[in-house]
Structure formats: C-alpha cells, structure tokens
Unconditional design. Structure first.
Length: 181
C-alpha cells in the first residue's frame, strides 16, 4: 500500500477521506469491543480504531509495541478530542491492516515527548524513593550537616538511588511505579 499521508498531517479537513498510513505501533489498548492503536512515524502520532466486527480485528489483537504496520481506513471525528496531539481531533477507522514487520518486546521502553504520564510516574517514584531514603538516613544527614555537607550527602544518596533503580529489571521498576501511584 502506498501511503497518502504522514501521521502528523491529518485533521478535520480530512473527515470521510480514505487514507493509507504506515508506521510503528506506539501503544495498543483494548476497551470494550474496540482496539485503539497509536501509530507513530517520524512526523507524529495518529490514533487508529478497530471495532470487533472489522475483518482485521483478529490481526489487530496480535499487534505489540514497535510492530511496523500499514493501514488503510476512513478518517472520522474523535468523540474525545486530545488537544495535546496535532491529530487529536480525528482518528482513522481501519478497514485494511498489513503487518510489515513484527518485533520482540523491546528491552527498554521506547518513549516520546507525548508520553507525559510515564515521565510523571518516574518523577513521582524518584521523589518517593528520595523521601524514604531521607527518612531512613535522616539522623545521619542531620548529624553531618556541617559546612554544606548536608547538600552533598543528599545529592549522593539521590544519585545512588536513581542508579540502583535503573539497574533493576523492568518488571521491578514497573512494580515500583505501581506503588508510587
């Protein structure tokens, strides 16, 4: 399939047009009888929808992060608009889906600037870890707070905690994220 648009290009002017897009699966979510896919390319993200009655529904169930796909479908107006995305007013209802390349689960999660919530969780987890360390070593920190040593010790403890956190397996990092909420 030859692409007609890139992922950051579609807007309300394209409603009811049939388009062909290609890119990486950034996220795939199931809600009710629908599958929502965030398709990413170097230009941006477009949300795709597939309902349970679609002939490509079973194929869409197999999609994972970083699969490369080509899709053809009709541009429709989104019911819940997302002002954070350039394409946040529309979504593409998929009629055809081709998996160009599958992918193993990446060893690290591929993030982009639109993944605000993951960054927020990480920041919250680091703040929680720092608070726990401060509580645990509070007496030592107070006893050694001579000539700015307190600040240096806090920075050392925070850096050591962050380093230890990133050395943990992904599953344990995600567990820490879940406790931070």
């Amino acid at each position: 399939m030859k692409i007609t648009h890139v992922n950051n290009q579609l807007n309300m002017n394209h409603i009811h047009q049939t388009v062909t897009l290609r890119g990486w699966v950034s996220k795939s979510r199931r809600m009710g009888g629908m599958i929502f896919i965030d398709l990413r390319d170097r230009f941006g993200i477009t949300q795709l929808t597939i309902d349970q009655q679609s002939k490509v529904y079973d194929i869409a169930l197999t999609l994972r992060q970083e699969y490369v796909i080509s899709v053809k479908g009709k541009v429709v107006e989104r019911q819940s608009k997302n002002p954070a995305l350039a394409t946040g007013d529309i979504e593409v209802k998929i009629d055809e889906l081709i998996i160009i390349n599958s992918s193993e689960t990446p060893p690290i999660q591929v993030l982009d600037d639109t993944d605000y919530w993951m960054k927020r969780k990480l920041r919250k987890s680091i703040e929680t870890a720092f608070s726990m360390i401060t509580a645990k070593f509070g007496k030592v920190i107070k006893a050694t707070s001579i000539n700015g040593f307190l600040t240096k010790l806090k920075l050392f403890i925070a850096a050591y905690s962050i380093d230890c956190f990133f050395k943990l397996p992904i599953a344990k990092q995600q567990l820490i994220f879940s406790y931070a909420n």
